[in-house]
Design a protein around this ligand. Structure first.
Ligand code: ADP
Ligand code: MG
Length: 384
């Protein structure tokens, strides 16, 4: 297989100026909390999307991906909601939104190679955006990648690309993780003020691994359901007289629930409020080195997402139940739900046993074979 640089040179007839990359992410806990001004706790994955790029002195963007059989040319000033369509929106959108934010960006020649599984809930989209943003920062002398504040600017531009150009109404967690997460740390992300802090996350010291299982189940249901959950949260916030559900402390939950008119709304809000509280409980347990407690909180989060928020599915429940039955300290779905991936906190000694049992359970249920892999907390977007 030709390398990324060779592919670039063969396509464009010149070498790239460099290669940049950004990680996928997996969220340890804090699901469906970002749009409620809540907390999340992602780690960056060792899986990265690499972007070979060369600056142009005109406005043209020429984009190719090793994962897609397409080549697209678009001018930055032609980029708009829905144009270009498909995967190139994630690339073109980044340059568009940086320009909207007042940065002097020009065109690029780009070839991307993504090692983050696409559409598995591990954020290949933000990895793609952030690899391009890192390249743009260096190639146009923006200096943004060099400071934490600058990285936040890049993350916001990437989120805007995804929301406004690709048309995916996601919160900012994925881009924040790709820009700010560091090796052997989880990123505590406060979605109300955008602040971040690093929490030690080195499982090897505890003879544990984080096992990620991509269920391969499609997110087909996800879009409408995601919107419906957001609407429920907004309705409840209005009824409770708060801007964000974050403002409801878990100690005041019962009081808040009593003000809501129906059981579905009450369960949705109970998930959000308890989930936000669980994030800081996990942070505290990690700081104390109490990994059994982290596992217990993972499973509690899954139960809340399954029963109260109703965003799990057969495949995700099967991973969680099997992992826990085979010795995991805890497990939960991660990401928006209805498919995607699950995580389990597993003693090193039983990783093989847990992943084999998950594969066997899927085979028995006649489901598409899942993919399980162990991950460590890796580093953020950077020049390779
Ligand atoms: P996730 O971010 O969980 O992987 P999304 O649906 O948000 O799922 O993003 C997946 C989409 O991102 C793909 O369908 C594709 O459009 C785009 N994408 C991500 N990585 C690449 C890549 N390496 N090459 C081309 N497109 C990519
Ligand atoms: Mg995504």
């Amino acid at each position: 297989m030709p390398s990324l640089t060779e592919t670039f040179a063969a396509r464009f007839g010149h070498a790239p100026d460099g290669v940049w990359s950004a990680p996928g992410r997996v969220n340890l806990i804090g699901e469906h909390t970002d749009y409620n001004g809540g907390l999340a706790l992602p780690i960056a994955l060792p899986h990265r999307t690499h972007c070979a790029a060369a600056a142009r002195d005109d406005d043209l963007l020429r984009i190719h991906s090793l994962q897609e059989d397409s080549f697209v040319e678009v001018r930055i000033d032609e980029v708009t909601a829905g144009h270009p369509a498909g995967w190139t929106a994630y690339v073109a959108g980044v340059l568009w939104s940086l320009r909207q934010a007042g940065y002097a960006v020009r065109g690029l020649d780009v070839v991307v190679d993504g090692q983050v599984p696409l559409g598995a809930g591990l954020s290949s989209s933000a990895a793609l955006e952030c690899s391009v943003a890192a390249a743009a920062s260096d190639l146009f002398g923006l200096g943004l990648i060099e400071t934490a504040e600058g990285r936040s600017v890049l993350a916001a531009a990437c989120q805007r690309a995804e929301n406004d150009i690709a048309g995916a109404p996601t919160g900012g967690m994925d881009q924040a993780a790709a820009m700010h997460a560091t090796e052997n740390h989880a990123l505590r992300l406060d979605c109300r003020d955008g602040s971040t802090s690093q929490v030690p996350f080195d499982l090897s010291a505890h003879d544990l691994v984080l096992l990620v299982t991509d269920t391969r189940a499609s997110h087909a249901l996800a879009d409408g359901q995601y919107g419906a959950r957001r609407d429920s949260c907004e309705t409840a916030a209005d009824l409770l007289g708060v801007e964000y559900l974050r403002e409801i402390d878990v100690s005041a939950l019962d009081e808040a629930l009593a003000k809501l008119p129906d059981d579905v709304l009450r369960r949705r809000i109970r998930h959000v409020v308890t989930e936000i509280a669980r994030v800081d409980e996990v942070v505290e347990a990690l700081r104390q080195g109490d990994l059994a407690e982290v596992g217990r909180l993972f499973t509690a989060s899954h139960e809340s997402l399954r029963d109260d928020y109703e965003v799990s599915c057969t495949e995700l429940d099967l991973v969680v139940d099997t992992a826990v039955a085979e010795g995991a300290l805890g497990a939960r779905m991660t990401g928006g739900g209805f498919g995607g991936s699950a995580i389990a906190l597993v003693p090193v000694a039983c990783v093989e046993q847990v992943s084999a049992a998950i594969a066997a359970a899927f085979a028995e249920a006649q489901l598409t074979a899942p993919q399980s892999f162990s991950v460590t907390a890796a580093g953020p977007a950077a020049r390779d």
